[in-house]
Design a protein around this ligand. Structure first.
Ligand code: IDP
Length: 144
């Protein structure tokens, strides 16, 4: 079954949209495989957005993403990567059509409520980044 990573960004949490966003994915029929509430570290934010590191808004983007807790979700289902991207809507508020999450909730600017993986490779990388496999060796080493 295909998997994707969704992040309800700090503005989505601050605006009390967690429930409504998760409800859309549940109503669509996707399953929640993992879920976590935590503040993103600067290190992980920089890694996640490394493809934008030369852009003028990069520092603002890192400040925004680390400004408060986020909700990480792993969703599963058929075609979940493409379908969730469609439900999320375009990056820029002006292009995000009503009916999409960004189209319904986001105004212009860096803050746009939600992230979703845009390809199978990105989904695998992002799921491992934010839900690292439990390292039993580290636990064993710590006991020594
Ligand atoms: P995506 O989030 O739709 O996949 P990306 O191009 O990967 O789009 O951009 C990552 C995030 O960086 C966006 O969701 C948004 O928060 C921010 N961002 C992207 N482009 C701009 C811009 O032109 N100005 C300000 N912020 C931007």
């Amino acid at each position: 079954m295909e998997r994707t990573l969704v992040i309800i960004k700090p503005d989505g949490v601050r605006r009390h949209l967690i429930g409504r966003i998760i409800q859309r994915f549940e109503e669509k029929g996707f399953a929640i495989a993992e879920m976590k509430f935590a503040t993103m570290t600067e290190k992980l934010a920089k890694e996640h957005y490394q493809h934008l590191s030369n852009r003028s808004f990069f520092d603002d983007l890192i400040d925004y993403m680390t400004s408060g807790p986020v909700v990480y979700l792993v969703l599963t289902g058929e075609d979940v990567i493409d379908l969730v991207r469609k439900m999320v809507g375009a990056t820029k508020a002006a292009d995000a059509v009503p009916g999409t999450i960004r189209g319904d909730f986001a105004l212009p600017g860096t803050e746009n409520i939600i992230h979703a993986s845009d390809s199978r490779d990105a989904a695998n990388t992002e799921i491992t980044r934010f839900f690292p496999p439990f390292d039993t060796k580290k636990v064993e080493d710590a006991k020594k």
